[in-house]
Design a binder for this molecule. Structure first.
Ligand code: PNS
Length: 158
């Protein structure tokens, strides 16, 4: 039974994240989407809201679960008895940060591998950060986030 953990802030979940969930759920027997509770910066959405949106968006996938984690990612992965961390890489610019994180996680726990996947091309320039910014400025978000997430974003900024 291959279990992978897909960690992130998901503030909020985007169609790029969901594309990765789709790919990960095909590759692994079980996928846990792990939402970091305490972000360094104040999140737009509370952890409860972020988890709710992810659960709504992944409801149709029987091998996908959504959980919250705190503290070191590798501790959480060990606790779940998983050996794989799934991360998405969009562009070269993501690589340095991801490399640093993967190498540091490997140094702390050599038995955990980080697996990188690329989202579909239309999502290669999409991030939760730009989604928050467009929403704040009242711009269009068609095709970038699930409709339920758009509703919540619009409500935040109305
Ligand atoms: O969606 P993000 O913000 O790119 O996700 C980053 C995340 C949550 C995967 C990363 O910040 C993380 O793992 N934080 C937990 C604390 C930790 O283990 N830090 C050391 C990583 S080298």
């Amino acid at each position: 039974m291959k279990l992978a953990i897909y960690p992130g802030s998901f503030d909020p979940v985007t169609n790029g994240h969901l594309d990765l969930v789709e790919r990960g759920a095909k590759l692994f027997d079980r996928l846990i989407v792990a939402v970091l509770r305490n972000l360094e910066k104040e999140p737009l959405f509370s952890v409860t809201e972020r988890v709710e949106m992810l659960r709504e968006a992944t409801a149709g996938k029987s091998n996908v679960e959504v959980e919250v984690f705190d503290g070191l990612l590798v501790d959480y992965v060990r606790q779940r008895q998983a050996h794989v961390i799934l991360r998405g890489i969009r562009a070269i610019s993501d690589y340095e940060y991801e490399l640093q994180m993967a190498m540091m996680n490997r140094k702390i726990e050599p038995n955990i591998e980080t697996v990188f996947m690329m989202p579909a091309e239309p999502y290669s320039y999409l991030s939760a950060h730009v989604v928050r910014e467009i929403a704040k400025l009242g711009g269009p978000l068609d095709g970038l986030i699930p409709p339920a997430v758009e509703q919540r974003l619009r409500a935040k900024f109305s």
